[in-house]
Design a protein around this ligand. Structure first.
Ligand code: PNS
Length: 166
């Protein structure tokens, strides 16, 4: 059983994440989407809601489980679950600069490898932060997030039409 983990805040999960997770599922027998909580960070959605959105969105894909990663080391989480690889999407060289030290540290801590997948061109500009900002300023994000996320964004605050026409 080759098991991988796709870790992240997923605040909220977006279509760029989904594309990387789906490709990871094609490479490994099981992919754990590990939703992190860092109490120093301020999240738009609480942990349970971030998990629910990921579960709802990924329900139709085989071999994917969504669970909280907790507050400890990702390397230790991987060791405890027999995870052989961390899978991350890379959008840019700045992503690579940010990810490389963590990949090396995680391998030195627990032997877990990190596999980088180049993000598909259409999603290269996406981040949860940018999506939240665009939405909060009235922009249409329906092209970038799954339905369950859009529903929750709309439930959380008033905003102009998000039906795809704007
Ligand atoms: O979506 P994010 O916030 O960029 O995800 C960051 C995440 C969860 C992948 C990263 O913060 C992480 O690995 N956290 C676990 C804590 C840890 O192991 N820190 C040391 C990294 S070498």
């Amino acid at each position: 059983m080759r098991r991988a983990v796709c870790p992240g805040s997923f605040d909220p999960i977006h279509n760029g994440h989904l594309e990387v997770i789906a490709r990871a599922a094609g490479l490994f027998d099981e992919v754990i989407v590990a939703v992190s909580t860092n109490y120093a960070k301020k999240y738009r959605f609480p942990l349970e809601e971030r998990i629910d959105m990921a579960r709802e969105t990924l329900a139709s894909l085989r071999g994917i489980v969504v669970e909280p990663v907790g507050e400890g080391l990702l390397a230790e989480y991987c060791r405890q679950r027999g995870v052989s690889a961390i899978v991350k999407g890379l959008r840019s060289s700045s992503d690579f600069d940010y990810e490389l030290p963590m990949a090396t540290m995680n391998r030195q801590l627990s032997g877990v490898e990190t596999v980088f997948l180049p993000t598909e061109g259409h999603y290269l500009h996406l981040s949860s932060t940018l999506i939240k900002e665009v939405f909060s300023l009235g922009g249409n994000v329906s092209e970038y997030v799954p339905r369950s996320v859009l529903k929750r964004l709309l439930a959380g605050e008033s905003s102009p039409d998000q039906s795809g026409r704007g």
